[in-house]
Write a protein that binds this ligand. Structure first.
Ligand SMILES: *Cc1c(COP(=O)(O)O)cnc(C)c1O
Length: 236
């Protein structure tokens, strides 16, 4: 069942890449395993997946040590309270949800203590939905003050030691209206281009697209998609 679902998702990824004139190798599929048991993670590993996402520190710290397959990569995709950052650093290869200077500062100090570089994505709120986490990037193209604040915070984060910002992440609004979703992904891509220029460094990763919207995200340039339900079924 899980293997079949993965094959279907991979076929859809290939089709979206075809439409966008991209290589399927340019898209990393992160299987989101939150609320799902370790047995299901093992099934997905057997089907060939190596990238997995969790959104809660407590749950992740239970499950991750049970997966001993080498070359499995873990992605933290959920909001992290700064008092829990300590637990996150040793468990994850990429943090998608960095959304404040305060948290960045904490991660930087922890990464230094662990003698490592921590790869992070900056989570951006480009859609303005109230529930959305992320740095405030609503209307960043039209609002010069907003942009200046965003640039300042991003520069401060980029100046911290032991953090490697490799790109941006966003969550699209919860709607099936493509006319709302697509501009959000396109805006994140332009924001990536602008920030990359501002920071004078490449920001290759765009983490965007979930079960209901990943083909659109791929058409708009996603390099990482985060898929839960299409692989593991509905969450209870
Ligand atoms: C749960 C979650 C996903 C996966 O969502 P699905 O709709 O199940 O594919 C992706 N990204 C984040 C941030 C999530 O919390």
């Amino acid at each position: 069942m899980i293997a079949e679902n993965i094959a279907q998702v991979q076929a859809s990824i290939a089709q979206a890449c075809e439409r966008a004139g991209r290589s399927p190798q340019s898209v990393t599929l992160v299987a989101v395993t939150k609320t799902k048991p370790v047995t299901m993670i093992r099934e997905a590993i057997d089907a060939g997946l190596r990238h997995f996402g969790e959104n809660r520190v407590e749950e992740a710290s239970e499950k991750i040590p049970q997966i001993t397959t080498p070359d499995v990569h873990w992605h933290m995709i959920g909001h992290v309270q700064s008092r829990k950052a300590k637990q996150v650093v040793p468990l994850f290869d990429l943090i998608h949800s960095l959304d404040s200077l305060k948290l960045a500062d904490k991660y930087a100090r922890l990464a230094q203590e662990h003698n490592r570089t921590l790869n992070v994505l900056l989570q951006m709120n480009v859609s303005g939905e109230e529930s959305k986490e992320g740095l405030d990037a609503v209307n960043w193209e039209a609002d010069a003050d907003k942009r200046a604040a965003l640039w300042a915070e991003t520069r401060a984060i980029a100046a911290l030691p032991a953090l490697n910002i490799t790109g941006l992440m966003t969550v699209a609004p919860f709607t099936d209206d493509e006319g709302i979703i697509r501009p959000v992904f396109a805006s994140l891509r332009r924001l990536r281009d602008a920030l990359s220029e501002e920071l004078a460094r490449p920001l290759p990763q765009l983490s965007m697209g979930m079960t209901d919207d990943y083909p659109i995200a791929i058409e708009e340039g996603a390099t990482i998609i985060r898929i839960g339900r299409a692989i593991f079924g509905e969450r209870s």
